[in-house]
Design a protein around this ligand. Structure first.
Ligand code: DAH
Length: 349
């Protein structure tokens, strides 16, 4: 038997292909799809099956080319029908099968985290005063976290910062103060920076303690810097944060890396210094929110800054406890639960 014309075969296939597009567009439901599948692919009478029958009539030399054409058509049909089946199952808007009476999908908005909002507020107050913003690693060496800050090995002052060690030398930083050292090693004074960041301590979680929390560190180094600068700047900062009438109190304290050192309290805004049974201030009327002091000359020596020429002051602020105060949040753990009903209550100013 003479081999059918390959070209005619190609034309016949193209004709099926063209009809297929129209036929698919006309399908409205699963029954229509089934009918179409039978028309093309039914094992007995499907167009494609019949075309495969024709293949037998080709001479050996033409068979591969004809077979390839036909296989292409078959895959194309299978793909189109599969896509059609999918679109019937998950109808696109306006497509077949859409039930316009169903309620729409609700878009939920996230929110800036209150700690981030508060941190931004702190940053912008210091930026207005000409401070830069720096950061440093959360995994620190013993040298930066302790030794360069004038905590000798085995010194009891380390007990307050009993920490999470990775090995004998590496630990999760317990405060942002090590970044002071890193910055002073790299930059010559004048230095005027704040360092926001996460710190880690071995704590049992309760309403005011967490094993991870945020601090904002500050450092100023220049010639003729005095305690009056420390006091004036921190008072101004706290009044910007809590209002002009805020009462503050500087209390002598001890930190190995500052001399003299002071802790700063603000008046208890929860009870207005009036409730002897206040759960926030314990009836003292004051709440400690930061540690500060004049940079110890030994710390300057550790970073090759001459303490005879330069002086400086520093502070470390607990972000959560200050934010809890500012926003009236009773439990620190609310910050970390990622409950949108909580985080949505705070807004950027
Ligand atoms: N690093 C101290 C802490 O975590 C806070 C602190 C106190 C930072 C005095 C300072 C400072 O820079 O001068 O409790």
């Amino acid at each position: 038997m003479p081999s059918p014309d390959l070209e005619k075969f190609r034309i016949a296939i193209d004709a099926h292909r063209a009809k297929l597009a129209d036929a698919c567009a006309a399908v409205r439901d699963a029954a229509g799809l089934e009918e179409l599948r039978n028309r093309y692919l039914s094992r007995k009478r499907g167009f494609v099956t019949l075309l495969f029958e024709d293949l037998k009539k080709f001479e050996a030399a033409d068979k591969p080319a004809a077979g390839q054409l036909l296989n292409l058509l078959k895959t194309e049909i299978q793909e189109k029908l599969a896509a059609l089946e999918e679109s019937l199952r998950t109808p696109a808007a306006g497509g077949p099968g859409v039930d316009l009476t169903l309620p729409g999908e609700r878009l939920t908005w996230g929110a800036a985290h209150p700690l981030r909002i508060f941190q931004r507020e702190i940053e912008s107050i210091f930026q207005e005063m000409g401070f830069g913003i720096e950061d440093g690693p959360e995994i620190e060496t013993d040298y930066y976290n302790f030794e360069a800050l004038n905590f000798p090995p085995n010194h009891p002052a380390r007990d307050d910062w009993d920490t999470l060690y990775i090995n004998d030398n590496l630990l999760l930083r317990t405060h942002t103060s090590p970044v002071q050292i890193r910055i002073m090693e790299k930059h010559k004074p004048p230095i005027r920076i704040i360092i926001p960041g996460k710190v880690y301590r071995r704590e049992t979680p309760d309403p005011t303690h967490a094993a991870m929390f945020f601090q904002v560190e500050g450092l100023v180094v220049d010639r003729n810097v005095t305690f009056a600068h420390l006091k004036g700047t921190l008072e101004y900062f706290l009044k910007r944060l809590f209002g002009d009438k805020l009462k503050t109190r500087f209390r002598p304290s001890f930190f190995p890396f500052t001399e003299p050192s002071a802790e700063v309290d603000i008046e208890c805004l929860a009870c207005g210094q009036k409730d002897p049974a206040c759960r926030v201030c314990g009836g003292t009327g004051w709440k400690e929110i930061l540690g500060s002091g004049m940079v110890d000359p030994q710390v300057f020596k550790n970073v090759n800054i001459d303490p005879e020429q330069y002086s400086g002051w520093a502070f470390g602020l607990g972000v959560e406890r200050t934010a809890m105060f500012a926003y009236g949040i009773p439990d620190i753990r609310y910050f970390y639960e990622n409950d949108l009903r909580f985080t949505r209550q705070f807004h950027l100013k």
